[in-house]
Structures are given as structure tokens and as C-alpha cells.
Design a protein around this ligand. Sequence first.
Ligand SMILES: [Zn+2]
Length: 104
Amino acid sequence: MANPDIGLIVCPCCDFAGAHVRQTAKGRAYIVCDDCSSQTFARGSVSDASIRRRMLPIAAVPVQPDPAPDAPPEKKPKKRTAAAVSPAPTSEPKTGGFGNWLNL
Ligand SMILES: [Zn+2]
């Protein structure tokens, strides 16, 4: 099983800001960079302390909040009201034509 991350640090090889700091079984810190695939091991107490001093401890890394589930778009109720429905055409007998001319 891989050693757990204990912090994040800038990769000394490629300047990737999200390189992982892990700890060996013997308690030495080392850097694993997913960007350039480098591994930088502390072989003494000075380099171990240097890595630990420069890293951002994993407890201090802000946890990205889960994105809020997309709220379904607000649905407007589509109620068919009497006002929204166009009135049915009336079938009144049309007057006009020659008879209309006579009523003037
Ligand atoms: Zn790197």
C-alpha cells in the first residue's frame, strides 16, 4: 500500500504546485510529482525538515466542497387557464354583403 499523503509542495523538478509529500516507513518525507513523475527523497534530517517546512500539511489543504448538485431548472407551472386559452371562434352568422348595404 502506498504511503499516505502528508502534504502538498511545489515540485523541485518542474514547479508543479500540487506535488504530494509522503512519508517513508522510516519516517522520512519525500515528494512525488504526478506531473513530471519525479520522486525526491529526503536522505537526512536536514532535507526531511526542509520538505516538511515547505509543504502545506494535508490537514491545512482546503477541502474542495462538493459541487452542489445541479438544481433542476425551475419549472414554471404551465397551467392552462381560461384566460390563457384563446377563445374559441364563435360561429355567429356573418352579415354583410348586399343586406348590410341596405341597413345603412
Ligand atoms: Zn514535477
